[in-house]
Design a protein around this ligand. Structure first.
Ligand code: ADP
Ligand code: MG
Length: 235
């Protein structure tokens, strides 16, 4: 029964045409029941522009380079595709790390984590936050049980470099959030090192508020077969 449901959901996503779609309500998107329930519970009903443009493409499995100004709703534009990807892969709490979200600052990482807890209430997946400040070894022991990990670049790389490193071999989705800001803060080399550690088969979503030459370079390095969505700030 569940397989039948999944098959139907996958078919709906395949048939969904992001170009002609005027979907403005989350309930009209081909989303899983736990995600819809979580969105509803948090009173997220209508999609913002960047969500309407990017979520269908992300659901279809493409890499995405998305740009839209601060406050436009980029967090849900990547958290929803993460939850849906793992749902459709029948991810369980025992399957290890399925998604990794990189955010430039501790504050932003914590905000993302809070939104994830809200909309992910009805999934059995576990979420973790690594932003420094705690003992790396202490964090390491818990990371083996985390399905969706959010963290800052330096701290994530630190975990990848540990003796008992974070196991990314099964990673389905990488998100680089506020990528422009990551670059401004001097994280280019750290991001390159993280990306080179991850399986090439993953899907990658890269979001930023602005466009730049260096962002294009990062996109070329981290994305494959990607679609560009959102507003292009000509800078
Ligand atoms: P960005 O990352 O683009 O700066 P956020 O994801 O932080 O934007 O969202 C900005 C604000 O908009 C947050 O307060 C968030 O709760 C709200 N928001 C995002 N998406 C929606 C939505 N679909 N409906 C209502 N509010 C939303
Ligand atoms: Mg944001």
């Amino acid at each position: 029964k569940e397989d039948e449901y999944l098959e139907n959901l996958n078919k709906k996503i395949e048939e969904y045409d992001p170009n002609t779609s005027k979907t403005i309500l989350f309930k009209d998107l081909p989303l899983s029941p736990p995600t819809l329930k979580g969105l509803n519970g948090a009173a997220f009903l209508k999609l913002t522009d960047i969500q309407r443009e990017s979520i269908p493409i992300s659901l279809k499995g493409y890499d995405v380079l998305g740009s839209a100004k601060t406050g436009s709703g980029k967090t849900l534009a990547f958290l929803i595709p993460i939850l849906e990807k793992l749902y459709r892969e029948k991810w369980t709490e025992f399957d290890g790390l399925g998604a990794l979200v990189i955010s430039p600052t501790r504050e932003l990482a914590m905000q993302i984590y809070e939104v994830l807890l809200k909309i992910g209430t009805y999934t059995s997946l576990s979420a973790g936050l690594v932003i420094g400040g705690k003992d790396v070894k202490f964090e390491s022991e818990r990371l083996s049980k985390i399905n969706i990990l959010i963290g800052t670049p330096g701290r994530i790389l630190q975990h990848l470099d540990q003796a008992i490193a974070l196991n990314t071999s099964n990673l389905q989705m990488l998100v680089l959030d506020e990528a422009d800001r990551c670059l401004d803060m001097g994280f280019k080399k750290t991001l390159d090192a993280i990306v080179s550690n991850l399986p090439a088969s993953r899907q990658t979503l890269l979001f930023s508020a602005t466009q730049s030459q260096s962002l294009g370079d990062l996109a070329r390095l981290s994305l494959t077969d990607y679609k560009t969505v959102g507003t292009m700030d000509p800078s």
